[in-house]
Design a protein around this ligand. Structure first.
Ligand SMILES: [Zn+2]
Length: 94
């Protein structure tokens, strides 16, 4: 699975966000997601540096479930991230 040249260029220009989506058991795709310009009061904006794929992600990919949680619709994988914090929502400012 590879991102296209356009997807990579948009990602590095901060115009697009790529995510690895588990479509269903055994099927992955890289998909573009639109960036939301306005932050909600409890949101943060980050710039991803690295995303890890952990055992849970692999289990969802290979089995389609973990315990009682069954993948019934597309799910973004990669919840262990290294990122730079760019902006805080107004309720998070100190
Ligand atoms: Zn994990």
């Amino acid at each position: 699975m590879r991102a296209s040249g356009d997807q990579i260029a948009q990602f590095f220009e901060g115009l697009a966000m790529l995510a690895l989506v588990l479509e269903r058991k055994g099927e992955l795709n890289l998909r573009d997601f639109p960036l939301v310009e306005k932050l909600g009061p409890n949101d943060v904006r980050i710039r991803m540096r690295t995303v890890g794929i952990c055992g849970s992600d692999v289990h969802y990919y290979t089995h389609g479930y973990i315990g009682k949680f069954i993948v019934r619709e597309p799910m973004i994988l990669g919840h262990e991230v290294l990122a730079k914090l760019l902006k805080l929502g107004v309720m998070l400012e100190v």
